[in-house]
Every structure is written in C-alpha cells, then in structure tokens.
Ligand binder design. Sequence first.
Ligand code: SF4
Length: 648
Amino acid sequence: MGQSLTEKILSEHLVDGKLEPGEEIGIEIDQTIAHDLTGTMVWLQFEALDLDEVRVDVAGQHCDHQTYQPDFKVTDDHRFLRSAAGTYGAYFARPGTGILHQVHKENYTTPGTTLLGADSHTPTAGGLGAIGIGTGGLDVATAMGGAPYYIEMPEVVNVRLEGKLPPWTTAKDVILELLRRLSVKGGIDKVFEYTGPGVETLSANERTVISNMGTELGATTSVFPTDERTRDYLARLGREDDYRKLGPDPDAEYDEQIVIDLSDLDPLVACPSMPDNVVPVREVVGTTVDQVIVGSCTNGAYEDLLPITELLSNREVASGTETIVQPGSKQAAEMLSREGRTADLLAAGVNFSEATCGACIGAGHVPASDSVSLRTFNRNFEGRSGNEEDDVYLCSPEVAAVSALSGELVDPRDAAAEFDLDPPGRVLPDSYIGTSEADLIQPDGAIDDELVKGPNFGAVPLKDSLESTVSGPVLLKVPDNITTDHIIPGTKEVSMYRSNVPKLSEYTLSRVDEEFADRAASAGSGFIVAGENYGQGSSREHAALCPMYLGVDGVLAKSFARIHRTNLINFGLLPLVIDDTTYDRLDESDEVTLVEDVVSAVEMGQTELTIRVNDNWEAPVTLHANERERTLLIEGGKLPHTKRRLSS
Ligand code: SF4
C-alpha cells in the first residue's frame, strides 16, 4: 500500500514508534518558532538544558503578540528574547516585523520539513508541504535541544478538492465550509491532507490560508502537496532552492475521505461566537457592520491584502464603518506601500495598522459595546476581541472589503452590481521584497551574545528525581471541572509574571483558595484532590509547572483532561486516578502515603497502586502512563530527562 504525503514526511523524520493511528511516535524536528508570550519560558527552559546552541536547522523567535509596550516588563521580555536568540543561535524577528506564521512562511517554511511551534497556528506551514505542529513551550525547548517530539500518530483524512472556486469565493470559504461540515471538534487527532485536481487551482498562499485555519477544526495539522505553484511562490521569495516536489503515492490509503467541489462553494461567514457557526453570507446580509479588519496570520499576506486595496481604490468606506488593515508582515506592508496601494487605502478612509497580532487577541481595536465587527481572522470566541459581549464575524478579505464599502454585511456577488466591481485579481509581483536584515536579525549578526534578564525574570526550577517514598498532606480538595485557568489565572495582572515562576506560583489555585500557595510551599510536599476532568481548558503549562515549583507531588483526581495529564507528567507530577468513594472520603489535611516503593512500581509499569490515608485506611489509585512517560516521571520530568540525555 502506498503512503500518504503525511506518512512520507513523518517516515523521513521518524525516530521512534510506528505510523499507526493511536501509536505514540517520536519525530525529529527541523525548525522551531515561538512568539513573545510563549518564547520567554521556552528560552528559560532551554537555558536550563545547559547547551551552547540550538540543535535544529532553524530556530526562530518572533515578537508579534505584544508589540505595544505599555510596561517595562514587556520591553524586558523583548530584550531577553533578542539576547536568547543571539546567545543560542536563533534568528530574531523584531517587534513589528510581523506575525510569526507569516514571517516564517515568507522566509523559512520549506517543503518536506517538520516545524514545531509554541503557537497553535503553526500548521500554516502545511500549505507549502511542511508538517507544522503547534505545541507547548517545553516541547519546543527540548526540540531545540535536539530531542524528538512525541505525539500519538493521528488519523490521516484526505480532503479531495475538485472543481475551481467561482469568482468572489476564496480559500477562506473552503476552510469555513469544512468547519460548517465538521465543527470545531471535527479534526481532533487528525491530519487533513489535501489532494485532487482542485489543489492546483489554488495559489500557495491560498493553501496556507486553509492550513492555518485547519487549527480551528482541532486538527493536529494540515498539509498540501507541492507543485509548480509552490515552486513559483518560493521563487518570487528568492527561495527556489527550497522547493521539493512532494505528494502522496497514487495508491495511498486514508483513514477517511471528504470531497469538496470548489465550484459549488458560496461566500461564507462564521457568525458569533464560534468559527464553526458558519452560514452563507446571503443569510445574514443587511447586518450593520461597525468595524472591519483585514489581516491576521490567516489573511494577512500581501496576496490577502490586494483585494481590499483594489476594491477600495478611488472609493470610500461607509462613514459608520471603522475599517482597519493590519498586515500579517512588514514585508506585505512595505510592498503595498511601494506600489502606492497604502496611499489608496488611506484615501479611502482606512486605518493602516502595524504588522502584529493586535486586534486578534484584543490588543487594540477593541469593538464598541453592542457593535458588529467583521474580521478576516481565524477565531471569534466570545470576548477574544477584548470586549466580553462582542459580536465578531469571520470572513474572506473580499467579503470584508465590500462590507466596508456598504456598511453592512453584503454578498460580494450582489455588491459587484451595486458598486460596479470586478472580482479583484490576486496578481503577484515577479519578486517579493525580502524582509530587511534590520528586522530579521540572523544569528551571525546577533546584537547580544549573552542573556539579558530584567528584574521580572526568575529561574526555571528543575525537579529532583522521583523518590521511593512519596507522602504528604492533602493540600486542597477541589470539585469537578477545575480548569487550567483556575490553577493559573490568565488575567493580565497574573500573566505578566509568566517569566517568573516563583512569583507566578504565588497565584496557584488562588481562584479557589487564596491560601493554597503558602500552604503548599510550607508543606513542601503533598497532593491536590480533584473531581472529574481536572485541568480542562487551555494547554497552559504553567498550571503544572507552578504546582511542581511549590512542591506538590501529584494530583489524585477522578479523571484528568488529556493535555493537562501530559503536562503533569512532563513536569514530574504523578497523575493518579481515584474512584468516587475515595474522593468522598479524602479531606484536606489528611496524610497520604503511597504504599509501594514508587520508583520500582513506576519502573515496572505497575498501573494499580495503593494509598494509605492517616495510617488508618487504604484505597487503590491508578497510574496511566506509557513507558516513555514513566521514564519522565522517574527522572523528575521532561526537562531534567532531556538534560541528562543530551549530556550523556
Ligand atoms: Fe494567534 Fe491571532 Fe496572532 Fe494568528 S494573528 S498568531 S491567531 S494571535
């Protein structure tokens, strides 16, 4: 049986396991990226590995989430990131250079490579035939050290594209169509591999629009084959040598197949407040639009900004509609500017913004109360815009542009008649302007060669190896559905300490019990007792790192959220499952001891262990961990394990 493209790229990078769905595999990583919010911890963890330099082909550090610097802590973070890149041999994209996925795509994404990013939209790279996966900072730090990345082999779904997009319908509508069909959960533990005659009708940039927003399906990643259009795109960027022809074998078999006839698609829109709440634009025409924003890592490339420049040239946006263009990269902004297109936009009443994530995460351009914002972004979760009661719609650049003209949501096919518009061409210049060396600082031109840490930086703690005897008090008992946000709040006040674990730890579980951190730190050991689904929500690693710093040995829970269970193991904490009766019997301050020699039990792969409580009753607990995870637990977590492995 032939291989899919996904299997081909993964086989070339496979260092552990078999490519069978559900089996754990270890893959070698070629490139890594991080942004300013995730990067500080990535580099502090890399520092803890005690290596002289990164051991991947390309490591990139971007500053795009907080280019606005309202506080010295942010500027300190940026300076630290620049110094870390210089010290360890990564490139550094200065604040304002653009959004990491755009800047990386324009400068480094290479067909057939693996890219690991500390950001969920890393799959953008799949549009150029690379396997890009978003993950936590610890995985990126250890991958930069040369350690494999471990993941359960996903199922590979074949999305067969047929036909050709009609005028006014775009790549954004392809991914919105998939979200409409499959929902935001439809891609979990799956890779979406695109094939079929429709692929060659899409430009390389259009493919990256689709792979970027495959993240909203919950997919591990998305990937396209490469062809002459990929070569052409790379050539215009001056990177033709990076081109490699890639595709599945003709007899490749897939776990699932979906067919989309591009010719049948209509302009679509995701209504508030979920990316899968998708309807044809014609169903919501007439909705007054107060704000339009074109940009983001999904639709912020030069090619995505062309439609609004063409459609608004010599016209004016509706007076009640604030319209903003927020380029995905400075390169795109510079090209528009040199062609005079920025002047056209400004004359049409558009605000031209810095190349940054900005409005996508509520950092500026927060919509007014009771207003509608129409964006070309990938997410419209409630409150993400910075206004808790927002009404954010997601659409293509074409729909955004004609709605800006009209002042209300309008199908571009109808607007074409009203405003005498032709479908915008997306004709690319023969060559792109490259990102300037002043903005994309290479390791050999690095400004710093040692780490520069501001007063808000704290060392990353390393856990000692597991001891044979594990015992301590129940430090806190919590109910079902404790989220990672309960464990480490994501508020601005707290998250500014993300580079300072000792300080951040003071907020651990403070939303549940303000005294918890003091109690845990003075005990220096012990357990959290929890109900069902402990650690649900985001993949926030600090929710495991901070309890570890405080001395917590493990969590006794009825069940764990999947990613948080992995994070607990990665930081050397025991995730132990208890039954309802044990949960009911356990109380705060009870003394809990694991009866077995814990190191031997974990080493031997023992699943069932026993706890003794207050020396007067016992109960069974279960440890679900594979062989690799057991090694991590014994060695105190992934960081000490990787450090040992790399120095041996
Ligand atoms: Fe994330 Fe939005 Fe930035 Fe893309 S533009 S990387 S989705 S914050």
